[in-house]
Design a protein around this ligand. Structure first.
Ligand SMILES: NC(=O)c1ccc[n+]([C@@H]2O[C@H](COP(=O)([O-])OP(=O)(O)OC[C@H]3O[C@@H](n4cnc5c(N)ncnc54)[C@H](O)[C@@H]3O)[C@@H](O)[C@H]2O)c1
Length: 378
């Protein structure tokens, strides 16, 4: 007998769509006791949210998220809105006793993140943050290989997240879709938007980061506000590069920019250990490259694992070996794991508390860029 997990979705943009697709796909492919039900979609514009609800199959709409929280027929709230709204919505949802699935980054800064952690922990509500790249099967496989100890002692971790969509000075800042370029709405630029993903995966695979030294740059100093047309200073980091030390003694280098002409979403990561290395690239997301030094020397080399076999993470739920899945499936996997966690009583990571660790690293990176010195993470 299945149990309903009634979802109240806030926001109908990029992530509102990605998550709705995840909720809809899970019952078709995963055998979970809890089954997501798209109960209500909430956003300020009635016509637009109704169109979204009709497209994805939401039973009802709301235009005021506080009203949605008062409803008894909502079990879990999904926060898919700009970063400056996460804290207020998450704390109110926790106080209303709702489970929370919150988009990343957790908050505008660690201070806000701490308040959010305290709220969900005090209320005892289930919580998770959508750092979805953990659930790309090849990335999960990389984590499993490291956890088995196959790489031995880890020496190096490196990650990039490169895009090129803000090179033109004509791209506006602030408001729908370009809220990411406004520090008031996003908190930071590429650090909170893109590097936060790299940091979450890095901590998950390689353990906590203890110190960082960073540089950031804002290449275009002024942009028009989309809504008012007013020319305003740009206060986000357009590019960020930082060095880091992990608790396990390994060193790391991270880089992100929205000014790497030709790159749209090039997220790459590499781990180098005593016995082997792993390498992954979002543009080729179903492949994991693996070098195993224990291989016989005459055949030793980088293996290219096509992560599509039934023994690979999540892949027994999809098609037949050799047929791959894509970007959207990372969200389907997150929903499936969340539903499973309701059954087992285990946490569905990253929790708010896990995501706070990433937030602390982001804060330290931005502080280091200002102070021009190493910053430690407590
Ligand atoms: N996990 C990922 O890979 C990933 C990718 C993109 C975005 N994100 C995160 O998801 C969140 C949303 O990003 P997006 O790309 O979907 O943004 P978006 O601009 O596409 O959509 C934002 C939505 O929020 C709604 N909204 C804004 N203010 C609101 C309010 N007061 N009440 C109700 N709704 C409101 C807007 O109407 C819109 O539907 C951000 O925190 C972002 O960092 C995560």
């Amino acid at each position: 007998m299945s149990k309903a997990l009634n979802i109240g979705m806030i926001g109908y943009g990029f992530m509102g769509r990605a998550h709705s697709n995840g909720y809809n796909r899970v019952p078709n492919f995963f055998d979970t006791e809890y089954v997501p039900v798209l109960k209500t979609a909430c956003a300020r514009n009635k016509e637009k949210v109704q169109a979204f609800a009709d497209t994805w199959g939401y039973e009802s709409i709301e235009t005021d998220w506080r009203k949605m929280l008062e409803r008894d027929d909502i079990d879990a709230v999904d926060i898919c809105v700009p970063n400056n709204l996460h804290k207020e919505m998450a704390i109110a949802a926790a106080e209303a006793g709702k489970m929370i699935l919150c988009e990343k980054p957790l908050a505008m800064n660690a201070e806000e993140g701490i308040e959010m952690c305290e709220a969900v922990e005090k209320a005892g509500v289930k919580n998770t943050v959508w750092y979805n790249y953990r659930r790309v099967p090849a990335v999960t496989l990389a984590k499993n290989i490291v956890d088995r100890g196959d790489l031995g002692k880890i020496f190096h971790y490196r990650a990039n997240f490169l895009q090129d969509w803000t090179i033109s000075p004509d791209v506006p800042q602030g408001g729908a879709a370009v809220w990411r370029l406004s520090a008031e709405e996003a908190g930071s630029g590429v650090t909170g938007d893109l590097l936060a993903h790299c940091i979450d995966t890095a901590i998950w695979i390689n353990g906590n980061i203890t110190s960082v030294t960073a540089m950031t740059e804002t290449f275009i100093k002024e942009r028009k506000h989309q809504d008012t047309g007013e020319m305003l200073p740009v206060n986000i980091d357009d590019a960020c590069a930082f060095l880091a030390r992990f608790e396990n003694g390994s060193l790391a280098i991270f880089e992100s920019t929205r000014y790497a002409r030709g790159h749209k979403a090039l997220y790459t990561l590499e781990v180098n250990g005593e016995n082997g290395s792993l390498s992954w690239d979002l543009h080729d997301l179903h492949h994991l490259k693996y070098f195993n030094h224990d291989d016989e020397s005459i055949v030793r080399g980088w293996r290219d694992i096509h992560v599509s076999d039934g023994e690979h993470p999540y892949m027994d739920k999809w098609w037949v070996p050799g047929l791959q899945v894509g970007y959207e499936h990372s969200f389907v996997h997150h929903v499936a794991d969340f539903c499973k966690s309701l059954e087992t009583g285990e946490e569905c990571g990253p929790t708010f508390r896990d995501a706070l660790e990433t937030q602390k690293v982001c804060d330290a990176v931005l502080n280091s860029a200002k102070s021009k010195s190493w910053e430690t993470i407590n």
